[in-house]
Write a protein that binds this ligand. Structure first.
Ligand SMILES: Cc1cc2nc3c(=O)[nH]c(=O)nc-3n(C[C@H](O)[C@H](O)[C@H](O)COP(=O)(O)O)c2cc1C
Length: 306
C-alpha cells in the first residue's frame, strides 16, 4: 500500500511526522526509533540566538493533557546548522526546520541562515507560540500581521517549501489561514497549543515556572479537529493537522476532515516510538475499513459532510 502524500511540491513517505518541540532535533530519538520510517520530523523551534528558555517546572500533567512552558529553549540557528544538521542530513526522511522569531527581522534572519544550509526539506514558521512574551502568538492572531510576517518569510525562503503554524486561539481561523495562503504559505500547520494554566490551591502557586503554558494532548483533539475542518473550508492550501493524536483513529480523523498529513506531539512523551507504531498500524486499519487509499477514506466523510 502506498501511503505517500504530497504537501505541495514535497512528497512524504507517509502522512505521519513528529511535531516540533516534542522530538528534540530528532537525533535524540535515533537509538529508539527508525527515523527513516517516519513521514518526516519537525525540529525544535530555532531562533536567531540561543534561548535558555523558561524557569522550571516546565511541564505539568492535567486531566487528558499536558501543560508546557519551555520558552523556546534551543541552541540557536547557527549551532543547529553546524552541529545538528550534518547528522540529520544522513537521514532519509524529510527534516523540517521550525522557525521562531521575536521580531519580523528575526524570522527573516533565521531563514537566511537556513537557506545557505543543505539537508532540509522545508520550513515551518511558528507564529503561534503561547509561551513567550514577544513574537509568537502576537503575530498569529491578526490577519494583517500574518500577511506581513509570512510575506517577509516567503521572500527570504526561496529554496524550500514554507509551512505556517497557526494559533488555535483565534475567532476565525479561516481569515488567518487565507492571509497566510495569500502571503505565500505552501502549507498550514493546524495548530499549536492552547494558552492555559494549572495551580495548586494549597500553595496558591502555578504548577509552571512561567505561570501559564500551552495545553496539548488528547484534551485538545476535538477542538483542533474542528479548526482543521474550518481551515479546509476556507483554503485550498495543504494542511498538517495536529493536536492530541495518539492512535491511528486519531490520524484518520484528521485526514478525513481535510489534513493531508499529521504531526504527533505530546504522545511521544509517553511513548517515543508512537509515530513509528502509527505508521505500522495505519495500513491494517485501512484494510479493516475496506479502503485501500487514504483518499477513499476521505471521500466517505466528504460525501456525508460536503
Ligand atoms: C514541550 C513542548 C514543546 C513545544 N515546542 C514547540 C516549538 O518549539 N515550536 C512549535 O511550533 N510548537 C511547539 N510545540 C507545540 C507542538 O508542536 C504541537 O503543536 C502541540 O503540542 C499540539 O500537539 P499534541 O497535542 O500532539 O502535542 C511544543 C509542544 C510541547 C508539548
Amino acid at each position: 500500500m502506498d501511503l505517500s502524500v504530497k504537501i505541495g511540491a514535497l512528497r512524504l513517505r507517509n502522512p505521519i511526522l513528529a511535531a516540533s518541540g516534542t522530538f528534540g532535533y530528532g537525533l535524540e530519538f535515533a537509538h529508539l526509533v527508525d527515523l527513516n520510517r517516519l513521514g518526516g520530523l519537525v525540529t525544535k523551534g530555532l531562533s536567531r540566538e540561543p534561548i535558555e528558555g523558561a524557569p522550571a517546572p516546565r511541564l505539568c500533567e492535567t486531566p487528558s493533557g499536558m501543560l508546557n512552558a519551555v520558552g523556546l529553549q534551543n541552541v540557536g540557528v547557527r549551532a543547529f546548522v553546524a552541529e545538528k544538521l550534518p547528522e540529520l542530513r544522513k537521514l532519509d526522511t524529510a527534516v523540517i526546520a521550525n522557525v521562531f522569531g521575536y521580531t519580523l527581522e528575526d524570522y527573516v534572519e533565521v531563514l537566511r541562515v537556513l537557506e545557505d544550509a543543505e539537508g532540509l526539506a522545508g520550513y515551518e514558521l511558528n507564529i503561534s507560540c503561547p509561551n513567550v512574551k514577544r513574537g509568537g502568538m502576537q503575530f498569529g492572531s491578526d490577519p494583517a500581521l500574518v500577511a506581513e510576517v509570512v510575506g517577509a518569510a516567503r521572500r527570504a525562503a526561496l529554496r524550500r517549501p514554507l509551512w505556517v503554524k497557526l494559533s488555535p486561539l483565534v475567532t476565525n481561523i479561516g481569515l488567518i489561514a487565507r492571509a497566510a495562503e495569500e502571503a505565500g504559505a505552501d502549507a498550514l500547520t493546524v495548530a499549536n497549543t492552547y494558552p492555559a494554566m494549572a495551580i495548586d490551591f494549597r500553595t496558591g502557586k502555578s504548577r509552571l515556572g512561567s505561570k501559564t503554558g500551552g495545553l496539548s494532548g488528547p484534551a485538545i483533539k476535538p477542538i483542533t479537529l474542528r479548526l482543521v475542518w474550518e481551515t479546509r473550508k476556507a483554503t485550498k492550501t495543504p494542511i498538517l493537522g495536529l493536536g492530541g493524536i495518539e492512535t491511528v483513529e486519531d490520524v484518520l480523523d484528521y485526514l478525513v476532515v481535510g489534513a493531508s498529513a499529521v504531526q504527533v506531539g505530546t504522545a511521544s512523551f509517553a511513548d517515543p516510538r508512537v509515530s513509528e507504531r502509527l505508521v505500522d498500524t495505519i495500513t491494517k486499519v485501512l484494510f479493516d475499513t475496506k479502503a485501500f487509499t487514504l483518499n477513499e477514506i476521505r471521500a466517505k466523510f466528504l460525501s456525508e459532510n460536503g
